[in-house]
Every structure is written in structure tokens, then in C-alpha cells.
Design a protein around this ligand. Structure first.
Ligand code: G4F
Length: 328
């Protein structure tokens, strides 16, 4: 039975990946930080097959212990600060966990795996690294120009992963994932914030949605499709880096169009108010990925398209809020 250690197991991608690995016959270990972390309890309830391993990306020795305890064939590093807006307020924390945390894990793997370099490593790199984009669409060869402390930390994590592969022969890959969403997305991210609000407006629980910049464009895919790409990367004969994207870009306005249509609410403009609070000091205006390499070398293709994704999220949130009302 192959064994995998997943950091960030309590997040959207960690949950999808835990399910995928379990279905493929893996023993799944999830790194969870803190004492009595309520998220650990929710993982135990939702995924009883996951063995929780205590540890923190800020603490090198805990990573060594986690590797010794789980003895993984594969490590998926999905942990860290993932909310770009928050990284402006907690830049040092973001650099420490999202950036230096990658180095700590790579060093721990190097130490624990010794000469045989058996452990395969996946790093969750991000399209946020492209920031003020130098070309469109963005591929593995596009230079980085990050626009947030999060993006800067991700560039460090990406480059140190390449460096450990080249310096020490580690099997280390980076997946440069464009935005990926779904019903498990946190409510702070714009897509889920919209679909959750749309559901509540539909049910008469809320009157408006307060947002920031509506002009930004993103390449949005479905998270369930994207974790498959992570796994595929670690099954190749040689480690490499891959862009994972749909190749389509849409504005937040277009997302609102589809979300309001899915709920049969008509025009969204009367319901949306913009507020400076949700604007960022520096914005990433346009992202659209070229995933040709992943399609060719990994045989990866996204299954859920943009309208399908928006509809899935709206349906889920209407069901969830309706159940809450009925349970009162
Ligand atoms: O949903 P977002 O917060 O995602 P963002 O910043 O693109 O980051 C996500 O994708 C990255 C991949 O490129 C990941 F690395 C990262 O971890 C995360 O998953 O914001 C999307 C856009 C931004 O331009 C933001 O300014 O939506 C705009 N926006 C407008 N109003 C808003 C809001 N974003 C949020 N979160 N909340 C708003 O009210």
C-alpha cells in the first residue's frame, strides 16, 4: 500500500486529495498543527481513513517526526496561508509558512530519506506568482512578477523546490495551479462568497453582496479536477513542473452573471455593492493558463467547465442553506 503525507489536509485541496488518494488505495496521513485543533476533529469525522499526524510547517523538527512516523512514498505540500488578501496584513507569517515552510519540508525530506531519495515531493505553486503578467497565456516559461506577499512567498517555495531537485536529485515537482474552486472553497474567496450570498438572497436571508474589484479576470477550474493533476505529476518517470489551468479567463462580473442565472434571480447589479475594504494594495488583473504541457505529458484534462462549476457551487449553497433553515 503506498503511503502519502499531506500538509494542508484541512483545506479544500487537502480534502479532495485525501479522497482521491484513498480511492487509489493509499494510506493517507494528514499533518495538522496545534493542540485540539477543531479542524482535526472535522477531518476525523469526514475522513476516518486519514491518520492525523501533529506538526507545523513553522517547526522543522516536527516535520522530521511527521516523516519518520508516516514513512511516506509521497509528500504533498498544500499547507500555508492561502488567502492573498490576508497576506498583505500578515506578510511575515506568510513568508514564514508559505515560503520558508517549503524549505523546511524539503530539508526534512533530504535528512529523512538519506541517499535513496525515495520520497517524492509535490509543491503547491500558484498562478499568483505571475502577478503583473509578462505574457498571455501564462506557461511554465513565463517569468514571475508577484503582486502580494503571498505571491512572493510562493515564488520562493517554487524556486527552492527546483533548487532541491537540481542540487540533491530529489524527486520534487511544482504544480503551478490556477484558481480552482468548488463547494469546499472557503467563504472568504470571491467565488464562494458570491455563490453563498446568491443562495442566501434566493432564500430571503440576505439582501446584498459587498465586493471589491469586479474587473479582475481569473482562469477558474474545479478543485476536484486539479488534485488529479497533483497525483499524476508524482507518477512520472522524471520530476518536472506543470501549469494546471482551463485556458479560459472570466471576470468577476461574468461569474456574477452565471451565479445569478443559476439561482434564477435575474440581473445582479441591484444586489452588488463595492467597498474599498475588499480592494487590494496591488491587484493581479488577468490570469489565464496554458496547460499544454500537462495535457501532453500527463494526459490531464479538466472535466468541469466554467458554467458547470458556477452551477455546482450555487446548487450546493442553496441546498446547504435550505437544510439550515429546515433544521431550525
Ligand atoms: O478569490 P480570490 O480571493 O482569489 P485569488 O486572490 O485569485 O487567489 C486564489 O487563487 C490563487 C491562484 O492564482 C491561489 F494561489 C490563492 O491561494 C487563492 O486560491 O480573489 C480573486 C479576485 C481578486 O482579484 C480579488 O481582488 O477577486 C477579487 N475580489 C473582488 N471582490 C475579491 C472580492 N476577492 C475576495 N476574496 N473577496 C471579495 O470581496
Amino acid at each position: 500500500m503506498p503511503r502519502a503525507l499531506v500538509t494542508g489536509i484541512t483545506g479544500q485541496d487537502g480534502r479532495h486529495l485525501a479522497e482521491l488518494l484513498h480511492a487509489k488505495g493509499y494510506e493517507v496521513f494528514g499533518l495538522v498543527k496545534g493542540q485540539n485543533n477543531p479542524k482535526a476533529e472535522s477531518i476525523r469525522e469526514e475522513f476516518p481513513f486519514v491518520e492525523i499526524v501533529p506538526g507545523d510547517l513553522a517547526d522543522f523538527s516536527s516535520l522530521v517526526s511527521a516523516l519518520e512516523r508516516s514513512r511516506p512514498d509521497e509528500v504533498y505540500n498544500l499547507g500555508g496561508v492561502s488567502f492573498v488578501a490576508m497576506s498583505f496584513n500578515q506578510a511575515e507569517l506568510t513568508a514564514n509558512i508559505t515560503g520558508l515552510g517549503v524549505l523546511r519540508m524539503l530539508e526534512a525530506i533530504r535528512l529523512v530519506s538519506g541517499e535513496d531519495r525515495r520520497i517524492r515531493f509535490y509543491q503547491a505553486s500558484s498562478s499568483e506568482m505571475f502577478g503583473k503578467v509578462r505574457e498571455t497565456p501564462q506557461s511554465e516559461l513565463t517569468p514571475f512578477h508577484p503582486r502580494s506577499p503571498y505571491g512572493v512567498a510562493k515564488v520562493f517555495g517554487h524556486d527552492i523546490t527546483v533548487n532541491y531537485r537540481e542540487s540533491y536529485g530529489l524527486y520534487a515537482c511544482s504544480g503551478i495551479l490556477f484558481n480552482h474552486e468548488g463547494p469546499r472553497r472557503g467563504l472568504e474567496f470571491v467565488t464562494r462568497k458570491i455563490t453563498h450570498a446568491v443562495a442566501r438572497i434566493k432564500l430571503g436571508l440576505q439582501q446584498e453582496i459587498v465586493l471589491g474589484n469586479l474587473d479582475a479576470k481569473r482562469d477558474w477550474g474545479y478543485a476536484g479536477d486539479y488534485v488529479e493533476a497533483m497525483w499524476l505529476m508524482l507518477q512520472q518517470p522524471e520530476p518536472d513542473d506543470f501549469v494546471i489551468a482551463t485556458g479560459e479567463t472570466h471576470s468577476i462580473g461574468e461569474f456574477l452573471d452565471l451565479a445569478f442565472r443559476a439561482a434564477e434571480l435575474g440581473d445582479w447589479h441591484p444586489y452588488v455593492r463595492q467597498d474599498k475594504r475588499f480592494f487590494r494594495p496591488a491587484e493581479v488583473d488577468l490570469l489565464v493558463g496554458d496547460a499544454t504541457k500537462a495535457r501532453t505529458k500527463l494526459g490531464w484534462v479538466p472535466r468541469v467547465d466554467f458554467p458547470g462549476l458556477v452551477e455546482m457551487m450555487v446548487r450546493h449553497d442553496i441546498d446547504m442553506e435550505s437544510r439550515r433553515i429546515n433544521a431550525r
